[in-house]
Design a protein around this ligand. Structure first.
Ligand code: ADP
Ligand code: GLC
Length: 471
């Protein structure tokens, strides 16, 4: 089976969050299981681009409304990532430092999608499935089915995976000219509430829609940033498939980013050694339990409650806990978290920014990982934490609900709470401080979590079943 993944991110080429991790891993494991999986993504100006050689695969041209553009598809020839990787270069539009966050993102990603479909339609054969990830690629099913120039692709099955339903890529109808000549009777397939809504269009036009956990699939029908009715209506073609993690990249026993690798047997010693490095680097007290947060500092992650929840927990536990934050995002939250470094020296610190290497050391050295997320379609952090023996403290939502069992339940190994509030989070930190005193219980939880299988191998079969259902 030949599967073409289309995505804005793919680790290690370009990553802003979990989407990159998933698209960097799923195709690799699909290839290992005997399928042919390929990834096509925009060519940004990333380190990976400059550090590798590329061959030209295709040169084409297309229109974005009245703007004519040339594009080039380049390929990484050595199969370094374990699958064929293609990048689309559109001069001046995609080749920038950042992945997202530009005023012309609608133009950038629409042009990218037109180039992808133009490239696929130039092939002599047709792929078995085109698998689109999130709204940046979700206009592709519409283009393949309803744009006159791509009619011969109308029979190729499409899958849209929703990693995050909060972002939908809305654009005004004035931008409808960007979409190559299309059947005007199909206007309703682009529209949601008076705008062009790429994610809604993807849900309507794709043959199957998946999302990244079972619980999030349910939640979308009641909480989908305005698309609830659509998910209710289309529930017959929607399926939840829990993400895996790449055990080759996230392996505490062979992680080149950490100085002290460890296994289930050596977890207690290994974590203590990594914690020592972390605590020295950030001036924290090694004798206290270390609570960390890693992630985007945005409302979805409830990062705004972190400053006050941490202050409350410090007060309630009389300073018997340490905290370390790694993240970037909303400036007001960044500022509040940075400010606290002056007030709580020795027990609190923050690294505002993005740092892949540091994230590995933190998963390895921390005792508890905080995830108070308001919305969490899957969440990979809690699974990385578990693999590194770090106890997750999570709000009961989406993929967090599907992967973490509270330590009060039989065989439980984590801490769950219901509301993204300062009090609930501070109370849960208090539970962490108490259980930390019970060394045997901590050791049991660490060892138990490290052995839970979150690998992609099983998940690959679930995706294959989805593709096969479309034949
Ligand atoms: P999301 O995709 O919503 O941001 P996930 O939990 O699925 O959330 O994935 C987040 C990924 O991004 C993880 O690999 C996490 O380690 C990484 N990450 C997030 N913020 C940072 C940061 N500031 N520095 C390094 N890695 C980060
Ligand atoms: C999104 C979600 C996150 C999920 C990731 C990968 O960014 O916010 O919960 O883990 O995609 O699917």
């Amino acid at each position: 089976m030949e599967i073409i993944h289309v995505s804005a991110e793919c680790y290690p080429v370009a990553k802003a969050g979990g989407l990159g991790d998933v698209v960097g891993a799923l195709p690799k494991y699909q290839c290992q299981s005997g399928d042919i999986a390929k990834v096509i993504m925009p060519m940004y100006r990333t380190k990976f681009l400059y550090e590798h050689d590329w061959t030209v695969d295709f040169k084409g041209h297309a229109n974005l409304g009245n703007w004519y553009f040339d594009f080039t598809v380049i390929k990484e020839p050595s199969n370094k990532l374990g699958f064929d990787l293609f990048l689309i270069d559109i001069n001046g539009l995609l080749d920038r430092q950042k992945i997202y966050g530009y005023e012309d993102d609608a133009e950038r990603f629409t042009a990218f999608q037109i180039a992808v479909v133009t490239w696929i339609s130039s092939w002599e054969h047709k792929p078995d499935v085109v698998h689109c990830h999130d709204h940046h690629t979700a206009l592709i099913p519409f283009m393949m089915k309803h744009c006159y120039d791509f009619q011969h692709l109308a029979s190729v099955p499409t899958v849209v995976t929703i990693h995050n339903g909060q972002y939908q890529g809305w654009m005004g109808w004035d931008k409808s000219l960007y979409i190559p000549r299309w059947d005007l009777w199909k206007r309703g397939m682009l529209d949601w509430a008076g705008n062009i809504n790429p994610l809604a269009s993807g849900v309507k036009c794709a043959d199957k829609v998946t999302t990244v956990s079972w619980s999030y699939m349910e939640e979308l029908r009641t909480n989908a940033n305005g698309l609830e009715a659509l998910f209710e209506y289309e529930k017959g073609k929607c399926v939840g498939i829990l993400n895996g993690i790449d055990n080759a990249v996230w392996d505490p026993a062979a992680d080149s980013y950490i100085d002290h690798p460890f296994t289930v047997k050596t977890v207690t010693k290994g974590k203590a050694q990594n914690k020592q490095i972390l605590c020295e680097q950030f001036g924290l007290d090694i004798n206290q339990p270390l609570f960390v947060f890693i992630g985007r500092l945005v409302g979805e992650k409830a990062a705004d409650i972190l400053p006050d929840a941490i202050k409350t927990a410090i007060h309630q536990t009389q300073g018997k806990a340490c905290f370390l934050i790694l993240g970037s995002g909303d400036t007001s939250v960044e500022w509040a978290l940075q400010q606290m470094t002056n007030d709580y020296k020795g027990i609190y610190n923050a690294y505002i920014g993005y740092n892949e290497q540091l994230s590995h050391l933190i998963y390895a050295g921390a005792d508890f990982l905080l995830m108070p997320s308001r919305v969490e379609p899957c969440g990979l952090n809690q699974m990385y934490a578990m693999r590194y023996g770090t106890v997750p403290i999570v709000r009961t939502t989406g993929g967090l609900k599907d992967t973490v069992v509270d330590m009060g339940d039989p065989d439980g190994f984590g801490i769950r709470f219901n509301n993204a509030t300062i009090d609930d989070l501070a109370y849960s930190i208090g539970r962490g401080v108490s259980v930390y005193q019970d060394k045997a219980h901590m050791e049991w939880m660490r060892k138990h979590m490290m052995q839970i299988d979150h690998s992609w191998e099983g998940t690959v079969d679930e995706y294959r079943r989805v593709y096969q259902s479309l034949k």
